[in-house]
Design a protein around this ligand. Structure first.
Ligand code: KDG
Length: 324
């Protein structure tokens, strides 16, 4: 049983040890588990929430590594299956001194991309309070898009709070237009939408956080809050019928790797919502976890325990002590 659920493609990431070396020339890689939705699940379970992760891996060393690590983290893996016909996806990530790293995906036709509706229909949603959805899984294949919609519908029918992170990955889509149309359409089926500011510009044509928020609030009856991620500057929160507000971020001096920051943001937000916090405070914790995430090399190993999160917020907060 769990209070949190998500569906995603787990990956292994091979992160280069050498800095600023082109991926084809790298000699040493470090292996981690990755995949946006798995990152969020791992982060929530590190904060002691009961989580469930739905996916399929191949019958191969990467798949076995993912299963082992996921079980070790206390995640409910009842619906993490093995399909011997396909392989587990992986990707290479460059270690860079500034900016976002270059990545190379090896995930086409993976086991997760070949999931089908039957993998979703039998899932027991009893006690689930929050479903996390990301725009990566529906980009994997036409069948993954169908599975995603079935899963989203089941969550909606069961009146479970859903949070949608557009997570744009242009390399996974046939065209930019298809990506924009499908992602904007899928966003309509969640109560909370979490676009980054750069994603907002691609998806609806403006870098103005209020305009981005209004676009998602206006396009769907179901969407009640939009949180626009502004990187180191924090976030902009707008709830239907209320004024929008900027929430300050946490500056960190030691940026190791930016990948996984957005998922960390979702961890902070969703953990707070599961604990019954008002959304404004949830966004503040989201900014904290996002900032902590960029200080390590893996995609999710920077996500904090509860103790580390309290310490980070108290040491970096101008508002004084902050309950976690
Ligand atoms: O958000 C982090 C993800 O980008 C990473 O873990 C790998 O799922 C991944 C992707 O599609 O890039």
């Amino acid at each position: 049983m769990a209070e949190f659920i998500t569906l995603g493609e787990p990956l292994v990431v091979l992160a280069s040890k050498e800095k600023d070396v082109e991926l084809e020339r790298v000699e040493t890689f470090q292996k981690f588990v990755a995949g946006a939705e798995l990152n969020v699940t791992l982060g929530l379970s590190r904060l002691e929430h009961e989580t469930m992760y739905i996916s399929t891996v191949g019958n191969d060393p990467f798949g076995r590594f993912i299963i082992e690590e996921t079980k070790k983290s206390g995640i409910n893996t009842s619906y993490l299956k093995v399909d011997s016909k396909f392989l587990t996806g992986f990707y290479l990530k460059q270690n860079v001194s500034t900016g976002d790293p270059k990545v190379a995906y090896f995930r086409k036709n993976s086991a997760a991309a070949n999931m089908c509706d039957e993998d979703i229909n039998s899932i027991d949603l009893t006690r689930i309070k929050l479903g996390h959805l990301s725009g990566i899984f529906p980009a994997l294949s036409p069948s993954a898009l169908k599975v995603f919609k079935t899963f989203n519908k089941r969550l909606n029918d069961a009146h479970i709070l859903t949070v949608f992170d557009p997570n744009l990955r242009p390399a996974l889509w046939d065209s930019k237009k298809e990506m924009i149309d499908v992602i904007n359409d899928l966003s309509k089926m969640s109560q909370i939408v979490l676009p980054g500011i750069n994603e907002g510009e691609i998806l609806m044509g403006s870098r103005n956080p209020e305009k981005i928020a209004n676009f998602y609030l206006d396009q769907s009856e179901m969407t009640t809050s939009v949180v626009v991620k502004l990187g180191a500057d924090g976030a902009y929160l707008k709830t239907k019928g209320e004024n929008g507000q900027f929430i300050k971020g946490f500056k960190v001096s030691n940026v190791v790797d930016t990948v996984g920051a957005g998922d960390g943001f979702a961890v902070g937000l969703e953990s707070s919502l599961l604990e019954g916090w008002p959304i404004e405070d949830a966004v503040r914790r989201a900014c904290a976890v996002g900032a902590m995430a960029i200080q390590s090399a893996g995609d999710n190993d920077g996500y904090p325990t509860r103790e580390a999160l309290i310490k980070f917020i108290n040491e970096n907060s101008s508002r004084g002590n902050f309950a976690c």
